[in-house]
Design a protein around this ligand. Structure first.
Ligand code: AMP
Ligand code: MG
Length: 336
């Protein structure tokens, strides 16, 4: 596999293309300004073709980063200054219009996916230890079934209501975490900033998600690589232009192994355990907030239900099932 990776790198170099290994975003080199910042627990890269001049392009990129950082602070439920933290700790209703709007969107996705996406899985994520990035994967263990049942009983997206711009909960114990949608939302907001600053095209990459607008160069689409969920390298290279993005949820992002079984960070709100059936699920769509939440939801659903969902809605998806088989929405799997 390393050989294939070297080949891609050599090919990219020969073509004069810059390439991002983990991320999978490829762009013509030289005429593109590329900046990276660490935020939202991942590396975020913004690329903008240098059409406005270096100074203006850099200023546009900085504005986009600053907007993402602002959203990160506001939407981080572990940040004591965040309205989400206060809501979770002391039931202070959330009246921030932006958080209310994103919560509304999250609940819409919960409804549409039959609860596969659930922004109240906080107690479960916490119990499984996936909030603490400092714990090494070898120090994590599978929680006792009774504790999983107890955490599961605290979750339930129907207990959250958004009405007249305010978020309230019907239950004292419920905890809201918009982490499954906030990153995608922030990418859409960053694109708005870039456009407002005059950029005609750009690419934003954050963890397993890429969002583009315009093209990499006149007549040249952006190229987005789809990561192999088990080894270095890519399973596909996709040409993107116009307003389009892809979000991938995978069982390789945060996980530990116990007794030869992989336990990862995407939890099934039906069972309280990591969702089974897929290694990675990618959703290709224009709205990055939807893409972010839907890739998580479709991962939870398992390949067969996810493919049905995609077909029913004309949604483009690429699923790698537990056996490593790759399906695109045009050729969906027949069984889990
Ligand atoms: P992603 O890697 O984008 O699919 O996001 C997964 C993150 O969302 C996890 O790290 C959890 O914090 C959270 N999460 C896990 N399971 C779910 C779920 N079923 N619905 C919503 N968020 C979830
Ligand atoms: Mg996601």
């Amino acid at each position: 596999m390393k050989k294939a990776l070297v080949l891609i790198a050599a090919l990219a170099a020969a073509l004069g293309w810059a390439y991002a290994l983990r991320s999978g975003a490829f762009a013509p080199k030289g005429k593109i300004i590329k900046r990276t910042r660490f935020m939202m627990d991942t590396l975020v890269t913004i690329q903008v073709p240098n059409e406005l001049g270096t100074r203006r392009t850099e200023a546009a990129i900085n504005r986009a980063f600053d907007r993402m950082a602002e959203i990160e602070r506001k939407f981080n439920c572990l940040n004591p200054e965040s309205p989400l933290y206060k809501f979770n700790e002391s039931r202070a209703p959330i009246t921030d219009p932006e958080i209310a709007a994103v919560t509304g969107k999250a609940l819409e996705i919960s409804r549409a996916t039959g609860g596969a996406f659930d922004p109240t899985v906080y107690p479960l994520v916490d119990l499984w230890g996936f909030y603490t990035t400092s714990v090494s994967s070898s120090a994590r263990t599978v929680p006792a079934p009774a504790r999983i049942r107890a955490a599961l009983a605290l979750a339930g997206w129907r207990r959250i209501t958004v009405k007249e711009g305010a978020v309230t909960a019907s239950d004292r114990a419920v905890r809201l975490d918009l982490g499954g949608i906030a990153k995608g939302y922030s990418m859409g907001e960053a694109v708005k900033e870039l456009k407002a600053a005059g950029a005609k095209s750009g690419l934003i990459l954050a963890g397993g998600q890429v969002q583009v607008f315009g093209s990499a160069a006149p007549g040249v689409p952006w190229k987005v690589g789809l990561r192999n969920p088990r080894k270095d390298g890519y399973i596909a290279s996709l040409p993107f232009d116009g307003d389009l993005g892809i979000s991938t949820s995978g069982d390789y992002e945060r996980f530990f192994e116990e007794g030869g079984v992989r336990y990862h960070h995407i939890l099934d709100p039906g069972t309280g355990y990591p969702a089974r059936g897929s290694m990675s699920v990618s959703v290709i769509t224009a709205d990055p907030a939807w893409a972010d939440a839907l890739s998580t939801a479709l991962f939870v659903m398992g390949p067969r239900r996810a493919a049905e969902f995609a077909r029913g809605r004309g949604l483009d998806v690429i699923i790698v099932d537990a056996a490593g088989k790759v399906f695109s929405s045009q050729a969906a799997p027949a069984g889990d």
